[in-house]
Design a protein around this ligand. Structure first.
Ligand SMILES: [Zn+2]
Length: 152
């Protein structure tokens, strides 16, 4: 419903069509580029909550717990998604926290210089999967298996 107040507000604004389109394009470029400090998933900026260590310490949470959930121990504050922030505020470690053993291991230096063939020879798992078109609305599916080699 277009009221007189809305018409007056629009008439009084200095926004031109070009400036509105430019701000829309800039907002559209801003994707989910911010990460939750607890489990590194990408989020939109408006989806994150900033938590400060000092405020959490004032609530009685211990330093060891804060080191677990913050990951970067030297920073005073961090941004967390809603789920992680809710868990942290009640003193629990989120299930998807990287420090629950979900962090990728560091690749040893001897494995970084391997060729593709050498990687294939020492791999524990070799995927024989193919990506097929399902024929419906550009969907794709996986077909095949993964072979796991058990070295004894
Ligand atoms: Zn999170």
């Amino acid at each position: 419903m277009d009221t007189t107040a809305h018409q007056q507000a629009r008439a009084g604004s200095n926004d031109t069509w070009e400036s509105i389109m430019e701000s829309f394009k800039n907002a559209a470029k801003e994707g989910p580029t911010h990460w939750c400090w607890c489990f590194d998933r990408l989020w939109f900026n408006f989806s994150l909550t900033k938590l400060h260590k000092s405020a959490l310490k004032a609530k009685g949470l211990r330093d060891a717990f804060l080191g677990t959930v913050f990951g970067f121990e030297d920073s005073e504050s961090g941004e967390f998604c809603g789920t992680c922030a809710r868990h942290i505020m009640v003193g629990g470690v989120p299930r998807m926290c990287l420090n629950n053993g979900l962090r990728f291991p560091i690749v040893p230096a001897c494995l970084t210089d391997l060729t593709c063939l050498e990687e294939r020879c020492v791999a524990v798992r070799i995927p024989f999967m193919q990506i097929h078109s399902l024929g419906i609305d550009r969907q794709v599916g996986l077909k095949g298996c993964i072979i796991v080699f058990l070295w004894t």
